[in-house]
Ligand binder design. Structure first.
Ligand code: MF3
Ligand code: CO
Length: 255
C-alpha cells in the first residue's frame, strides 16, 4: 500500500474519529486508580466507543481479543485486559485505544501513573510524552519522515532511556495501519517527504532500560526483555501547510 493523501472530506471524517477518541481517553484517564482491573478499563472503553455509534478497531484485529490494549509496568504494548489484573499504587499503565467512525480510523495511547509512582516511572512517562512533541516539530510539509524518528530517539536517549525498535508508528486512515512505517529511532535513509493531507500515528514506545522486547505466552503482550518499565504515548496527527494538527488531543490543547 502506498502513502495516502486525504481529501478535505476525508480529513473532516478523520478529525471526528479522532475527536471522539480523545473523549474516550479523557474518560478512561478518570477511572485509573488502585483496585480497578484492566478488564474494567477495557469494558468502559468499549462502552464509550459504542455509545458514539463507533466500532473499536482493535477488537478482533488479527485476533486481538479486546478493545483497549492495557499494558502495565514492564509491558510495552498490546497487554490483554484481564479480570485478574488489578492495578495497584505505584504501577504505570498504558492505554492504547482506537475506533472507526464512518470508515475512518483513529489511534492514540496514553500512559498513567496509578496513585503515586516512583520518580523514575514519572520521568519515563514525562520523557515519553515530550518525545512525541519533540518529534512532531518535524511533522511539516517538505520535511522528511525520519526527522521525526531521529528527534524522538535523541530526546529519549539523552535521558538514558531505551527506544523500542521492533514496533513502529504508521500511517492511518481507512485502515488502522497504512504506509509509511514510522520508527522512533534513526533507520537507514531519510524517509518519505511529508505532504499536506497525510495522517500519521506517531507513537514512541520507551523503556527505562534496554530497547529489546519479548512476547509473553499469550502471543500478544510485548514486554521489555530486561524487565524495565515501559511507557507509550501516541496521537494521530495531520500534516498541513503549517503546524501539524494533533487530531487526538482536544482542540484547546492543539496549539
Ligand atoms: N495502537 C496499536 C498500533 O498502532 C494498535 C493495537 S494492535 C491490536 O499498532 F491488535 F491490539 F489492535
Ligand atoms: Co498505532
Amino acid at each position: 500500500m502506498s502513502v495516502t493523501i486525504k481529501s478535505p472530506k476525508e480529513i473532516e471524517l478523520m478529525r471526528e474519529s479522532c475527536r471522539l477518541l480523545s473523549i474516550v481517553h479523557e474518560e478512561l484517564g478518570k477511572i485509573i486508580r488502585p483496585g480497578i482491573s484492566t478488564w474494567e478499563i477495557d469494558k468502559r472503553g468499549e462502552e464509550i466507543i459504542r455509545s458514539f455509534g463507533c466500532v473499536p478497531n482493535f477488537l478482533h484485529y488479527e485476533g486481538y481479543p479486546a478493545s483497549i490494549c492495557v499494558s502495565v509496568n514492564e509491558e510495552v504494548v498490546h497487554g490483554i485486559p484481564s479480570k485478574k489484573r488489578i492495578l495497584k499504587e505505584g504501577d504505570i499503565v498504558s492505554l492504547d485505544a482506537g475506533l472507526i467512525y464512518k470508515g475512518y480510523h483513529s489511534d492514540a495511547a496514553r500512559t498513567y501513573g496509578v496513585g503515586i509512582v516512583s520518580p523514575l516511572a514519572q520521568k519515563l512517562m514525562d520523557v515519553t510524552k515530550q518525545s512525541f512533541f519533540e518529534g512532531i516539530q518535524y511533522a511539516r510539509a517538505g520535511h522528511h519522515l525520519h526527522e521525526i524518528s531521529v528527534a524522538i530517539q535523541k530526546y529519549c536517549e539523552s535521558y538514558g532511556f531505551g527506544v523500542v525498535r521492533d514496533m513502529v508508528g504508521h500511517g492511518i486512515g481507512t485502515h488502522l495501519h497504512e504506509d509509511p512505517q514510522i520508527p522512533n529511532y534513526k533507520p537507514i535513509g531519510r524517509g518519505i517527504k511529508l505532504r499536506p493531507g497525510m495522517t500519521l500515528a506517531v507513537e514512541p514506545m520507551i523503556t527505562a532500560g534496554g530497547y529489546e522486547i519479548a512476547w509473553l505466552d499469550d502471543d500478544w503482550t510485548v514486554v521489555t526483555a530486561d524487565g524495565s518499565l515501559a511507557a507509550h504515548y501516541e496521537n494521530t496527527i495531520l500534516i498541513t501547510d503549517g503546524d501539524p494538527e494533533i487530531l487526538t488531543l482536544p482542540a484547546s490543547r492543539n496549539a
